[in-house]
Design a binder for this molecule. Structure first.
Ligand SMILES: Cc1cc2nc3c(=O)[nH]c(=O)nc-3n(C[C@H](O)[C@H](O)[C@H](O)COP(=O)(O)O)c2cc1C
Length: 356
């Protein structure tokens, strides 16, 4: 790895920054993924041995919040708020801009801490924008901060990044298992409704690896969301990550082990969202580990597909490794479309829906 995660003495770190650094390091451990639980292994895409196209006819064009986009891919929001985050974000931003992917940043919560934090972040985001002017950037904040923050400040947060959308993350399990957690979600629906009406850019509601159930999705009808990213069970699991941060044998560590497989599988969440929110743009993340996984989610109805941990891992290895990893995802999606007889992601969705 050529940058980041260099160990620094914990005593020199403010608690916030150390927590973000721990999250990043622990999220990379295979044991903290709910591998095999996404439901993707059970999805079969029908092979078409006579696709009636050339591979070069396949295009990855997609929709992003109603606008045309070169690919259906995005890098899902990952932790900002520690010293190495700007370098990591810059690397991801340049690569995403080059390849036509969208980029979600990690939680901007730190910017709410005070004017100095806001100004510092503005400088950081300006550098990002200068490096990748055409990039579609998505801001990020947790629901408990949305509930507690006045709308004008939320607008400033979005403007500081020059973001095309704001992702609001829901992570009730993590908030329960994190000693510093903020499991205050009361008033969340009303706050989301106001945010969608007044923010001025689309709101993307996302989970962080535990997915959306039919019960949750039914509550989202009529809210005015720009998109929903189901971010389901099957990849990074924050119950597991927080469990690894807790003291061995402590009630928090034991509770985290109890909830190690908690959540709605990504595939179930996508299917439920198609049924319950047919008019809301559907994004899928959570355990997506190949371009074939992406093709399966597109066939099931997702308009965009996102990766968090694998993108982080590739970015930590360097610019060339990140570019190779992104190229592989695109190639695998192209192959899956070609071998299914689909010219575009939209055609893939139509074919699959017609056959099921
Ligand atoms: C290191 C790391 C940090 C993350 N930080 C955030 C965050 O700040 N805000 C957020 O909405 N999601 C965050 N996520 C969750 C991801 O956006 C995504 O929903 C989840 O990791 C599932 O995708 P994956 O299985 O591809 O990792 C983070 C994920 C990782 C791996």
């Amino acid at each position: 790895m050529d940058l980041l995660l260099n160990d620094r003495p914990a005593a020199l770190e403010p608690g916030f920054e150390q927590r973000k650094r721990d999250h990043l390091r622990l999220a990379l451990a295979p044991a903290h993924e709910a591998r095999g639980l996404s439901g993707l292994d059970a999805v079969h895409l029908m092979h078409d041995a006579l696709p009636e196209l050339d591979l070069e006819d396949v295009r990855l064009d997609a929709q992003l919040l109603g606008q045309a986009a070169p690919t259906p891919f995005f890098v899902a929001g990952m932790t900002a708020g520690h010293a190495d985050a700007p370098a990591l974000n810059l690397r991801l931003a340049r690569a995403c801009a080059r390849r036509g992917w969208a980029l979600g940043v990690g939680s901007q919560r730190r910017q709410l801490a005070g004017p100095a934090e806001l100004t510092g972040a503005v400088d950081q985001w300006r550098r990002l924008r200068d490096a990748a002017p055409g990039l579609v950037l998505i801001g990020n904040l947790g629901l408990s901060q949305i509930v507690a923050t006045p709308l004008p400040l939320l607008r400033r947060l979005v403007q500081s990044l020059d973001a095309q959308a704001l992702a609001v993350h829901l992570n009730p399990l993590q908030e329960c298992l994190q000693p510093e957690g903020t499991p205050q979600f009361r008033g969340g629906l009303a706050a989301l409704r106001d945010l969608c009406a007044w923010l001025g850019v689309p709101v993307v509601l996302k989970e962080t690896g535990c997915g959306f159930s039919p019960r949750t999705l039914a509550k989202l009808q009529g809210l005015g969301l720009g998109a929903v990213d189901v971010s389901g069970l099957g990849g990074t699991h924050w119950g597991r990550v927080e469990g690894a941060r807790a003291e061995e044998g402590s009630p928090l560590a034991l509770a985290a082990a109890t909830f190690a497989n908690w959540g709605e599988p990504t595939v179930d969440a996508v299917r439920a969202a198609c049924r319950l929110l047919p008019d809301t743009e559907l994004w899928a993340s959570g355990g997506v580990r190949s371009g074939l996984d992406a093709a399966k989610l597109i066939a099931l109805g997702a308009k965009r597909v996102g990766y968090a941990k694998p993108a982080l891992q590739a970015a930590l290895w360097g610019d060339a490794a990140l570019d190779d990893w992104m190229a592989r995802q695109e190639l695998e999606l192209r192959i899956a479309l070609f071998c299914s007889g689909a010219r575009t992601p939209a055609e893939m969705r139509r074919l699959h829906t017609a056959e099921h």
